[in-house]
Design a protein around this ligand. Sequence first.
Ligand SMILES: [Zn+2]
Length: 227
Amino acid sequence: MPAKRGAVASSSKDAKRATWAVRRMPILGNQLDLERCPHCSVDRPNLGMQFEVATADYLGQNPRHWRVYRCTRCGGLVTGFAVAPNTTAIRFYPETARIDKSIPERARGYLQQSLNSLHTPAGAVMLAARAVDAMLKAKGFRQGSLYARIDKAAEDHAITEEMAKWAHDVRLDANEQRHADEEVPLPTPDDARRSLDFAMALRQFMFVLPARVQRGLGEAKPGPKPN
Ligand SMILES: [Zn+2]
């Protein structure tokens, strides 16, 4: 049985499944068949073509056929091009965001799930908070509330002061969502996007960039040192 996509990743196996998306280019047809809307992340979006245009470069070469599609759920536009209509798309914009593999599996699962649930903002905020929580734990920040651990991470220079300030400007308080009372307004899609943006930036700062630097250092090494 395939994993239910809407489910919260509860084990490393589930987290692995959460990064299910397989790179597969859709056909530039009257509908664009994407797994998720790149704007609202709704599953199997209804993307109908709105208009199309054929272009070439200034020498009349590089012919491309462009089609623009609209998500009926959120109204967001997706543009794609191919060499001819009804052939496999070469690129489409915006691309569906994907979670880099250089972050811990559990955090990756939560981030992917948060991304996939942007159309349900309260869920997306909670999942972004869990991703932040998992990333901090993976770096050894385990004591106290989420915000206290973010501040500690800044104190220890694991993140910048500005990032810690940013954290306080977004909604990450999972408890606030779980025990939501009428006093606390429900998160908006903008709140969800902001929380996810922060979690994605944290991922970039704590895991993706250091991994890239390590790879760069490895490539820069002239070879084994003579001993
Ligand atoms: Zn959409």
